[in-house]
Design a protein around this ligand. Structure first.
Ligand code: IMP
Length: 458
């Protein structure tokens, strides 16, 4: 009997807390697989006092018997992956024969990182070379210079393909006229590849064979739906397809094994980098501020006083401090905003989400300390004289959308210690019901606190 595959994605702008849900679902699967992105993703997981910052290795490392797969839709930063593997193994966690990297996954080459740093401009990328790497994958060659180098290529002929990487690096150094230690970079890259090459999977039918042995797969999305390169808030998006269907392209399995789709949404929303965010506290001012400030700039401020401010921008800073919304990879302040039901519904419909998980519900009590003392909710979008129920194709248009904000009563107590959903405050149960009705989708669970076990399932 063949197994099945499920897909889990974030429905907003990333950082919804997907790793925690994967952790709680992981028992049902033998394989946890990534299908998009690279080391631009980042999450910290913790178990028995061991804290790991993961960027490329799929979640589920703490389960010794799970297979971890990095699919062909991913782009691999070899140097950083080597470090990540070292960090994981240092904790006594075995990856040998567990971690498999598709031969078809593209290598993030040194010139990609240079180009990302020099040209990505106002998108506010993570500067990991993700965009230039996907661009080279699509461009394939430039005047007979081979642009897309895959992990399997390096395995097949190191001398030849490292030569190609060096050619690309030289061309970029010349193009931008920069000082760069080419030989040191190449030497490190070769050494690091040698340290990780045992993990490269040459069998391009690996996933198909696994599922036909009865194994179940959970595909773990990176970056989230609103950052999808086709459907997101273009151009301020990542460079890969983050939507559910992409799991069956970049995850190296055909779609007939698909069973179920999970979506994760954070009830106080956040976004890192630029781009439309209609429910942002402090709007445009906050967007600009977050681009040019660091965590240290606000760490000494009185969070509760800020939260109580009449000014939404100040309130947003208080919310960020109290909900600790700073980038895991970049440490940048994340822009924060109210829960947007219109956008959620759009994401649920576009991706065919079967079950929703709402994270950070414990923090909704912060709204009782705001000036309005109620929870704001975006319930409608108005574009000029029209009501719309979708995210516009153009970001310029999306910036013009006027959201309708409705206010709901919210609980003031601490829900972290509650053990059953029956004990949840009435206001939270009503909120969950409102989400289910609005998006016509079941809520399977909620996050009730920062720890691994702080969640309740419905
Ligand atoms: P890139 O993926 O590094 O090219 O960055 C493109 C945009 O996606 C930027 O706004 C980043 O901040 C955002 N981004 C990339 N990865 C993540 C993530 O894992 N969480 C949240 N935002 C991300």
């Amino acid at each position: 009997m063949a197994g099945y595959s499920d897909v889990l994605i974030g429905l907003q702008y990333g950082d919804e807390g997907k790793a925690k849900i994967i952790d709680l679902l992981a028992n049902d699967y033998e394989i946890i697989a990534r299908f998009n992105g690279g080391c631009n993703a980042g999450h910290t997981i913790e178990k028995n006092g061991i804290r790991l910052a993961l960027h490329q290795i799929p979640s589920g490392v703490f389960y010794p018997n799970k297979t971890l797969y990095i699919g062909s839709g991913c782009v691999v930063n070899i140097d950083k992956l080597k470090e990540e593997i070292k960090d994981v193994e240092k904790e006594g966690i075995v990856l040998k024969n567990r971690l498999h990297i598709s031969s078809l996954a593209s290598v993030v080459q040194p010139h990609h990182i240079i180009i990302d740093s020099l040209t990505a401009g106002s998108i506010g990328t993570t500067k990991n070379g993700i965009g230039p790497c996907y661009a080279d994958r699509a461009a394939r060659i430039s005047k007979e210079r081979l642009l897309n180098i895959r992990m399997g290529d390096l395995l097949e002929d190191e001398d030849y393909y490292f030569g190609k990487i060096e050619e690309n690096l030289k061309a970029t150094i010349e193009q931008f006229e920069i000082d760069f230690d080419l030989s040191k970079t190449m030497a490190t890259l070769k050494d690091d590849f040698n340290a990780i090459k045992e993990f490269v999977e040459v069998d391009t039918l690996f996933m198909d064979k696994q599922i036909n042995m009865g194994k179940n797969v959970l595909f773990e999305g990176a970056q989230s739906f609103m950052l999808d390169v086709t459907k997101g808030t273009i151009p301020c998006v990542t460079s890969s397809n983050t939507q559910v269907g992409a799991a069956y392209v970049g995850g190296d399995l055909n779609p007939k094994y698909h069973r179920k789709t999970f979506g994760v949404a954070k009830v106080i929303m956040s976004r890192v980098g630029n781009g439309p965010f209609v429910s942002e506290f402090g709007g445009e001012k906050s967007e600009k501020y977050c681009m040019y400030h660091k965590r240290e700039d606000e760490s000494g401020r009185d969070a509760l006083a800020l939260l109580a401010s009449e000014d939404d921008f100040e309130m947003g800073i208080g919310m960020r401090l109290l909900s600790n919304e700073y980038g895991a990879s970049t440490k940048r302040p994340r822009r924060t905003g109210a829960f947007d039901l219109v956008q959620l519904n759009y994401a649920v419909k576009t991706n065919g989400i079967d079950e929703l998980f709402l994270t950070k519900c414990d923090l909704l009590n912060l709204y009782t300390k705001t000036n309005k003392q109620k929870m704001p909710l975006i319930t409608k979008y108005q574009l000029d004289d029209q009501k719309i129920d979708f995210v516009p194709a153009s970001s310029r248009t999306y910036y013009r959308v006027q959201p309708t904000i409705e206010y709901r009563d919210i609980f003031s107590g601490d829900i972290t210690q509650l053990e059953t959903v029956e004990e949840l405050p009435r206001e939270l149960k009503e909120f969950v019901k409102e989400v289910e009705d609005y998006a016509n989708c079941k809520v399977m669970g909620i996050g009730t606190g920062p720890e691994r076990n702080d969640y309740l399932l419905f």
